[in-house]
Design a protein around this ligand. Structure first.
Ligand SMILES: Nc1ncnc2c1ncn2[C@@H]1O[C@H](COP(=O)(O)OP(=O)(O)OP(=O)(O)O)[C@@H](O)[C@H]1O
Length: 235
């Protein structure tokens, strides 16, 4: 049995919009283990991003607990959360958020300036198939290539946990599959935990575990005994 990496206990998240209260999460229990690839699946508005923002230390729950080892994320100070995000978590979003005036390599380099134990940047650019493109600016790269730079940037920090919010949402199928393969490889080769958030049920076939969110609650969790190769994912 793999070691527990992060545990979420009965978290709730309430947003206030004027007089109206919106419950994005209504009591979620969830555990992540070392080296697994988890897909968090759910329709728009089910609470996926809210859950990942809390797991990633970008937001705190209104109630409930989140443990990363001894660190209590629900009670952590701003400084503790900064250190947690900086050293433990890599983020990948649907849109790549690259600095337009920096080359691919410089974008990756930027993220390792402030972290403890970075991976080799040239090696990572090679792993994501961009060793020839390190000196290109984002505007000179396709969407898939920009996403690969964003992945290299997130991985370069050598995070314990990689959180990906709709990482293939803006990509066509062949390019999306390349991205999914890189995420699977990172999980396998480095034994890291990867969480992919998506509304695309087809992607869940490549996961070790699928967590289905509906209306702020986990409706079901499924273990895939034989996750399929990302190459075979189709949508
Ligand atoms: N900052 C906010 N203020 C008010 N309501 C919010 C806020 N963030 C999220 N919500 C609401 O909480 C609910 C869950 O939102 P969330 O973004 O977590 O869902 P999601 O599953 O990620 O959706 P999507 O796939 O569309 O991104 C929605 O009803 C949303 O409108």
């Amino acid at each position: 049995m793999a070691n527990e990496l992060l545990r979420v206990k009965n978290i709730k998240k309430k947003y206030k919009m004027g007089e109206v209260e919106v419950y994005a999460l209504r009591g979620v229990d969830f555990t992540l283990y070392d080296g697994e690839l988890v897909v968090v699946l759910g329709h728009s508005g089910s609470g996926k991003s809210t859950l990942v923002n809390i797991i990633g230390g970008m937001d705190k729950p209104s109630a409930g607990e989140v443990y990363f080892g001894d660190l209590k994320l629900h009670k952590a100070s701003d400084d503790q959360l900064i250190q947690y995000r900086r050293n433990e978590v890599g983020f990948i979003f649907q849109f790549y958020n690259l600095m337009p005036n920096l080359t691919a390599e410089e974008n990756v380099n930027l993220s390792v300036q402030i972290c403890k134990d970075p991976l080799d940047i040239k090696e990572l650019l090679e792993k994501v198939g961009l060793s020839e493109r390190g000196d290109h600016f984002p505007s000179q790269l396709s969407g898939g290539e920009q996403q690969r730079v964003a992945i290299a940037r997130a991985l370069a920090k050598n995070p314990t946990l990689l959180l990906c919010d709709e990482p293939t949402g803006a990509l066509d199928l062949p390019t999306g599959k390349q991205i999914l393969k890189i995420l699977r490889d990172f999980c396998n080769i480095y034994n890291k935990t990867v969480v992919i958030i998506t509304h695309n049920a087809d992607i869940s076939q490549m996961a070790d575990r699928v967590v289905y969110l509906k209306d702020g609650l986990i409706e079901w969790v499924k273990v895939n005994e034989e996750p399929i190769d990302p190459e075979k994912v189709s949508w």
